[in-house]
Every structure is written in structure tokens, then in C-alpha cells.
Write a protein that binds this ligand. Sequence first.
Ligand code: XMP
Length: 511
Amino acid sequence: LVIVLDFGGQYNQLVARRVRECNVYCEIYSYKTDLEKIKAMEPKGIILTGGPNSCYEADSPTYSKELFELGIPVLGLCYGAQLMMHVLGGKVEKADAREYGKTEVIVDKTSSKIFEGVSKNTICWMSHFDYISQVAPGFEITSHTDNCPCASAENTKDQLYAIQFHPEVLHTQEGTKMLYNFVRGVCGCSGDWRMDSFVDEQIKAIREKVGDGKVLCALSGGVDSSVAAVLLSKAIGNQLTCVFVDHGLLRKNEGDEVEAVFGPEGPYELNFIRVNAQERYYSKLKGVTEPEAKRKIIGEEFIRVFEEEAKKIGTVDFLVQGTIYPDVVESGLGGESAVIKSHHNVGGLPDHVDFKEIIEPLRDLFKDEVRKAGLELGIPENLVFRQPFPGPGLGIRIIGEVTADKVRIVQDADAIYREEIAKAGLDRSIGQYFAALTNMRSVGVMGDERTYDYAVALRAVNTIDFMTAESAEIPYEVLNKVMSRIINEVRGVNRVMYDLTSKPPGTIEFE
Ligand code: XMP
């Protein structure tokens, strides 16, 4: 076990993920975690993450000196590196200029264990205002940049390592190697952790936790909740009931497809309940245009419908959610990062459902890790590699007010888009792609008639973890075909646009 101590940076889960990529099990804990608790877990290594504060200011997150005296290797990253120096008697100061972005780091000590196999000049991702102006006693500087005299330092005697840049970010070209060198080399972790261990451990943990209790799961049919449901079904079979709320904001035919897999005709052992709540949603969303208000209504209503079903079932002991890590971060629950969007499967929980506890078996995983877990569980590939689909569904792909007619337009346009992408053999190579309905109408001409119809936006992005994304390059002929089919086949559309925005500054969805 390696412990990642969270000091509130944006990339904390990435650190954990890179460690898992080295086949080393790792868990994230708040920097407020008690030293005794850390000792009791007997970690082989500790990593301190970055964070937005300045370590020399009075109420900034900190940790006592004893952490560095446990005889356990510690790696501090960015804020974590500065904190290590600050606590151990070095000096951290505000720099004249912020160092941000891809930066060349020159390795001064090529024999450092951290830099084993790393080039002498290597591109790293920097993001800091403060810098280490003096290392703590016992430390030696191991690399620098043009602006930063200490890009990394180490005290090999006490097994303490500090890195100013972010090895966890892919822009640091040899960052994964550095983390590998720390967890496998310095900490001596054996590297036998695999996704199948995750699945087995989760099944075991779920069985232990649930006993003969009853479990209720909100199934959306998306990858996350499907993987969560199958995991639960494997662990506890018919003790699991899945409620599938069709909110009328699903992709074309999706409700029936979900029922085919998870319903009584499907391969899994569980109780399946489908609720058709389309009308209810449309009436709640009538006249509402503000994105967060829409998200809140969809989330709230989901909970109300869910509660009603739960009441019919009676007391349950546990509630399962298919929350994955990016949901947690973007809803502002993952440390101190700002709220970007309130994700509907994280923020709200039913208050009138009687349950003891929530189970979120995928809370620490990124999407691609969830897919690996899905394959490990034997879920069919077409489901595992299904397009990610947000909880609020088409509700956030229709800019402005949602109506049944707009849902029809976006469903039909999206179905055509997906069909053509699949025909072109691009469906596996693009991270996420969908049609959205802009709230813009414009003048066109069809036949000899003037039209005043909606513009559909096509979006396609490539992403590794959905935290950042770039618009995908789709051959012009494919886009042209999609455009022409949408305009010809979908009533109410006379214009099709392709969205080139990356994330950041855009997000993947429109609202
Ligand atoms: P954004 O738009 O935030 O999307 O860049 C990142 C990824 O998250 C999905 N997404 C959601 N998933 N509930 C979800 O389960 C939500 O409320 C939600 N909002 C966005 C989005 O489809 C993309 O894959």
C-alpha cells in the first residue's frame, strides 16, 4: 500500500492513478489524517500531493515533522515538496514570476533513484508561484530549471524525495517513470496489484459489508452504473434491486436496450424495475433555461422517483451509486477544487429512503479503469465501450428549455451521427461523441421555402480521463454525410455545426 496524502491539488487522483498503473495499490487520504492511523496502515510509501496554498502562511495545510521520521519513504510533489522543505528547516519563498507549463528540467544527479532511466534534459509540467530557495539540512538538489534552482531534491539517508513539478501529469514526459522509480524502486513495492485484484477485493468487501442485507441500485444503463450493478450482482445476486428511471432524456431506443440487458431476459441475477417518468420530467423542466437549475431539477426529480420506488420495496440496507472519480472532483467533493458542474449522481441523495449506508465501489476509478473492471467482470464489450452518457442525459445537450420536441430532434440527430461514425469505423477511436441542440434558430432555404429552424452541434472529443479533452479530427466526408442526413431526415433542423473547443476552456457537455 502506498498512501497519497491530499493537500487539495487538482491532480491528486492522477497521482493515485499513476501509482496504480505501476501495479501498486494506493489509497488517498486527507492531509488531516492522524499520524497514528497512517502508521497503523503500514504503508510502504507516502506521497504528498500539490495544493493551492503557500506552505509558509499560517493556516495552510501542513503535517507534523514526525511524518518524515517514520522510516517510510516520502515523496513530496509541488506543494508537498515545498511543505517537506518548510517543515524540515528549508526555505520556501514567493517567486518573481509564476512558472507554468511545459518546462525543461535539467537533471543534475543522474544517479538519483528517482531519475533512473530518465533523460538528462526532460520536459516536465510546472505550475507554481512559490519555490524552494533553500533545501532542508541533509537534502541535495537533484535537478533544476532556468527559473527554478531546485526542481527536485532528496535526502537518501532518510528516504525523503521532493519534486517541484508534476510527474503525474502526462505533459511530464517521463513522469510515470519517476513515480515508478519511487514506488517500485525506493519503496520496494512488488507490483502485483491488478484490476482483477480490484474486482475480487470489491466483491469480497461488498459481501462482508452487505451480509444478507438488501441493496438498492439506481441503474442508468451507462458504463458506470452498469459496472457497479454487475459488480453487486456478482457479489450478492438477488439481494440487489436495480431501479432504472427512464427520464425521457435518454438516447434513442436506449430505455429498451437497457431493459434487454438488465431485465428478466438478460444474463444477470438481480431484480430489475423500469420506471417510465418521461412526462413528469418534461413538465418539471418546462420553462427552465439555466443549466444548473436544469441539472438540479433532473437530479431532484430522479431522487423523488427513486424514493417512490424505494418506498414500494420497503426498507433497504444499502444504496449503490456508480459514482466515479471525475464526478467527485467536478462536484467539488474531491479536496479543495472548485465546483464546475453539480453532477447529478453525486450531489443529491434521497432523504426519504431508508438505508444505512451508501456503497460507491467505483469512486476511486477513472473511466478507462472502470472499463477495465467491466471487462474483468465479463460484461459484453459493446456495453463496456458504450459512449459515456451523463446522468442528466439529453437535458444538458439541449441548450435552454427542454421540450419533448427538442428531445426528439436531438435523439434523431444523435442516432444518425452515431450510426455514421460506426460505419466509418471510428466508434472505438473517439473518446466521446454526440449531437447537441443549440438554442439557436436560423434562416435557411429548403426546396423553394424559407425555413427558420434549429442548428444541431456535433461534438467529438478525445480524452484519456475526461478531465481534459481535445476535439477529435473526423474526416470531412463523414461530417458532410452526417450533416446531410440530419438536415434531410430530422424535421426542425436546417443547420449543422462542428464544435472544435477543447477542455479546458470548454467542457465536454454543453451545460
Ligand atoms: P464535462 O461536460 O464536465 O464532462 O466536461 C466530463 C464527462 O462527464 C460526463 N458528465 C456527467 N456524468 N453525471 C454524469 O454521470 C453528470 O451530471 C455529468 N455531467 C457530465 C460527460 O458526459 C463527460 O463524459
